[in-house]
Design a protein around this ligand. Sequence first.
Ligand SMILES: Nc1nc2c(ncn2[C@@H]2O[C@H](COP(=O)(O)OP(=O)(O)OP(=O)(O)O)[C@@H](O)[C@H]2O)c(=O)[nH]1
Length: 375
Amino acid sequence: MFKRCYTTFVPRFKFPEYRIPLSDFKGHQVRALQRFQQLLPQLNLLLELRDSRAPISTRNVIFDDLMARGKGGKTQRLVLYTKSDLCPKDTIDKLRSWHGEMGDEFMTLDCRSAREVKGLVKLLEWKYDRVVEKMLGPAANGGGGLPLGYRVLVAGMPNVGKSTLVNSLRFVGAARTGNSSESVHGSVAHRRRKVAKTGGQAGVTRATSECIRIADHRGGIYLYDTPGVSLPGRVTTREKMLSLSQCGCVKSNLVDPVIQADYLLYLMNLQSPVAYEQYTKGVPTNNIYKLLAGVRRATGIRDDNGAAIHWVDKWRQGPRRGAHRVSFDVETLLDDASFSYRDLVSRELELLGPWSVAPSKPSAKAKNSNQLFEL
Ligand SMILES: Nc1nc2c(ncn2[C@@H]2O[C@H](COP(=O)(O)OP(=O)(O)OP(=O)(O)O)[C@@H](O)[C@H]2O)c(=O)[nH]1
């Protein structure tokens, strides 16, 4: 039905420059960064989570900086792209090419899939073995481990799935070591008492957890669940903010719902206008109000604002099974000649510049939290 109009339809290649806030940095995130820096010397691995639907926008240059300037010491980093069940297939090829360019490790994962999380537990055990071998040499064959076990910090932007992953890892780890009577198949979302609170809004986790044991391997693998850390305003762009809002990584009331819906329409038109065909009778459009009229007709919602919130939220949670998947980052649509991942990383590091997290004085709390990043 759509194909006839498809050939003549021209999507917008630039999104209008609406005025929207560029930062969602909060006081508890500054405290989380202070805690990261305290913990870094005793960590073996930084497990950095990003949302696979917006792999560029949910990349936090603060973690790049911590690793690049050696503040992580011997800490390794593994980038984990979550919500792979909602991610377009083409994005995975892009990730391969970008990480190949940088020579670093990444993995994609559905945090709620027991099979995939089990694979991650095995990888952590393998990594722990390599660290022990390196540190203890031949003595490692005896099966001993490090005095503090293997310590992993789970970090990333708000709402990327950190707590969901911690809960799943704990469940899968316990089931593998026989501490759980439940079987490890299918989804792990609601099977076991959660150790970390999860939710569809940004900012559910407010403080870094105590260490959580997820496997008995060589004296134990331990995780820290952390609050999501946003980007400081100086490295955020309008499009990045809209992508973050579409993923639920910033509070949803930060961006006007009709602007957010228009951004989603803009992205869909660049990828697959078929994704909204039921609301426009199969006719692609660049006019958000035409689409919202269709949403109002289909849902009985009376105003455009309500229709926009409904439609955006549906896509924030993920499309229905079998529906078209949409990437929320335009960079994933560019070819290698027009976009270099390496250049992006160095540009953002430059924009971030030198920073430090000021010690938490009572008076500092009253200030804008962005000011706590000192030059
Ligand atoms: N489809 C899908 N949903 C996921 C996945 N991982 C997490 N979610 C959902 O994403 C939402 C956010 O998950 P959380 O684990 O609370 O995210 P968080 O990073 O801990 O969030 P903060 O506490 O705000 O930092 C929840 O509704 C989860 O059910 C995934 O791999 N696939």
